[in-house]
Structure formats: structure tokens, C-alpha cells
Design a protein around this ligand. Structure first.
Ligand SMILES: [Zn+2]
Ligand SMILES: [Zn+2]
Ligand SMILES: [Zn+2]
Length: 327
């Protein structure tokens, strides 16, 4: 029989189908990658204002630039006000693009040293943006393959003046668990996963990659630091090196199973604490940053859209086994 499972962080239920789909039974959309006249390639680099970069022998290897069609603007006031019973404010924020490689056709996640540079630039951009007290949340995120807006490999940083709902739900879930047990829910999950073992994809000295007990999507993989820390940008250099290897391995394993599949990932970290310094009493203890990798294998149907209740065609334990077995 199929099984219903509850996500203890968000309190949401999912259904795991008993006949687990194998990787070969998913149809992966084709990827188009033309790459002519690309402004992210080194030939067009002078057209873009550089925010930050990491250079080797004078050539940039990763580079942060402003988004070409920003959703948010950095100048101005928030202008919060009521509109009848509703609330509104100006779209103050920052949109940056992290160019992950000078090479248009690179798959940056195939080389650990490049992933380490990308992570290092994420860290320095996040530290810098978190000094702006108008910005409540800074989300680092990436789309690859047919989901991406640009064919050049990039990831993005979006800093916004509100805490997004999904993060708020995690913060609330973690806070409730901490209030009840006086332990971090994520540290408890790590201990549980390492004890049980069947959903662990692999681990390094500082990180664990595993399939959550009740994920939203098949083959969804979470990477978590073993050391308790609420903020991504507080990672030290050994952890940066380690997570470079971790992210490279996790993405390469997915690509060996599914070919060049579209995927997304994002970093969930603590909100910017500067704007409301005395508001986050236990956040340092109850929240724990992590990366969620979502292979784009399925589309939500009407039941999922209408209920927020997701159907999982491959059991987490089976998915972890498939991923453990690829090299
Ligand atoms: Zn390019
Ligand atoms: Zn923790
Ligand atoms: Zn999360």
C-alpha cells in the first residue's frame, strides 16, 4: 500500500507510492544551449558592471554582476502602507547574477575547485548584502537546464525586504520544536538520518547529503552542515572546501542517473537579523542552514496545487540507494 508521511518541520503530509519509479522511468526535458552573443561570456564582460569577482592569474573565474532585468531596486525607501485591508510596499531589494564560469558550456559542478570558488563568492556577497538593514532575506538560488533564463551557467542572489513564506514556515516549525524539546530540529534530523542510514546519499567530514523522510519532490536532496549554525555566510574555509566537493558530488550523481536534467537548488539560511535585532530570540539555536536540491522531474498536478499535498513516485529510501550506487 501507499504510505502517508509527515514532514516534522513544516507539518505537511505527502504520499509515497508503493511501486517506486526507477530513474529510467522519468522523462527528462531536452536542454537547449545555443550561446551566441552571450553577455556573460568574457567577450561581453565590459558591458557589465562588476560587483565582485574571484580571479586566477588576472582572469575572472566567477563574477557577480547586477541582474539585467531586476525585479527589485536597491535605491529608495520601503514605503510600507495600507491599501484598504491590504498591505503594500516598494520593491526594494537587490538582484545579482553570479556567473559561475567564463566558459559558456561549462558544467561548473563537475570541478570541485570551481564549485569552491562559487561558494566563496556566495559567501562574500551574502555577508556584504546582510549589512543593508532594509533587506530581510537573501536567497541564493540556481536553475539549470531548460528551467534557466540564460544558457550561460549562472546562479542568482535575490535580496528582498520581507521573509518569504516558505522560509517563514521553516523558521516557525524550527522555533516550535525548539520551544518543546530545547533542541535544534535539524541537528535531530541529522542524528536520526546518520543512525538509520537508509536515506543518506553520502557524507563528508563537515556535511551530510540525504533524501528527507517526507520530501516534496522525487530525488530531492538536502545538504546540511554537521556543525550547528544558523547562517550560511558563517562557514569557514575548510567547510567551504568540503561543501564544494559535496555539491559537486550530489549534482554529478543526479546527472549520472538522469543525464543532463533540469534542476534547481537554493540555500536556506537565517533571515537578516540586523533589522530586528531583538526579535530573533532563539534563532541562533533553533535554525540550521542547508541547501535543497530539486531535480525538475515532475510537474505538480491539480491535486497537488489544490491541496499542497505532494505525491512521491519514488520512495526516499529507494532514491537514496540509486544515488549511493552511482559513482
Ligand atoms: Zn556565455
Ligand atoms: Zn542544528
Ligand atoms: Zn529549507
Amino acid at each position: 500500500v501507499n504510505e502517508l508521511r509527515k514532514d516534522i518541520l513544516l507539518g505537511r503530509w505527502i504520499e509515497v507510492l508503493s511501486e517506486s519509479k526507477a530513474p529510467s522511468e522519468y522523462s527528462v526535458p531536452e536542454d537547449q544551449n545555443p550561446g551566441t552573443g552571450c553577455i556573460f561570456c568574457p567577450e561581453g564582460e565590459h558591458a557589465l558592471q562588476e560587483i565582485a569577482a574571484i580571479r586566477v592569474d588576472g582572469r575572472w573565474q566567477v563574477r557577480a554582476v547586477p541582474d539585467l532585468s531586476p525585479l527589485f531596486q536597491i535605491e529608495g525607501e520601503l514605503g510600507r502602507k495600507g491599501a484598504g485591508i491590504y498591505d503594500r510596499m516598494n520593491s526594494i531589494g537587490a538582484d545579482e547574477i553570479i556567473i559561475e564560469s567564463p566558459d559558456h558550456n561549462a558544467r561548473p559542478w563537475e570541478a570541485a575547485e570551481q564549485v569552491i570558488r562559487i561558494i566563496s563568492l556566495y559567501k562574500s556577497r551574502m555577508s556584504d548584502l546582510s549589512r543593508d538593514s532594509r533587506l530581510r532575506y537573501i536567497l541564493i538560488h540556481k536553475d539549470s537546464g531548460s528551467r534557466a533564463s540564460y544558457s550561460h551557467p549562472v546562479s542568482r542572489i535575490t535580496a528582498i525586504p520581507v521573509i518569504p513564506k516558505k522560509v517563514k514556515d521553516e523558521l516557525d516549525g524550527a522555533k516550535q520544536y525548539f520551544a518543546y524539546k530545547e533542541r535544534c530540529i535539524f541537528c535531530d534530523i541529522i542524528n536520526e538520518e546518520l543512525t538509520v542510514g537508509e536515506r543518506v546519499v553520502f557524507e563528508t567530514r563537515h556535511f551530510i547529503a540525504f533524501i528527507p523522510y517526507a520530501p516534496q519532490f522525487p530525488f530531492e536532496t538536502w545538504i546540511m552542515p554537521k556543525r550547528h549554525s544558523c547562517a550560511f555566510h558563517e562557514i569557514d574555509y575548510p567547510e567551504t572546501e568540503d561543501i564544494g566537493v559535496m555539491l559537486m558530488t550530489a549534482l554529478s550523481k543526479l546527472c549520472s542517473l538522469f543525464g543532463d536534467l533540469p534542476f534547481s537548488y537554493f540555500i536556506h539560511t537565517a533571515p537578516n537579523m540586523i533589522p530586528r535585532r531583538n526579535h530573533w530570540h532563539t534563532l541562533g539555536e533553533d535554525y540550521h542552514w542547508h541547501i535543497e536540491i530539486i531535480p525538475r522531474l515532475t510537474l505538480a498536478g491539480s491535486f497537488e496545487l489544490g491541496s499542497g499535498f505532494y505525491i512521491l513516485p519514488t520512495a526516499p529510501e529507494r532514491a537514496a540507494k540509486y544515488l549511493r550506487e552511482v559513482r
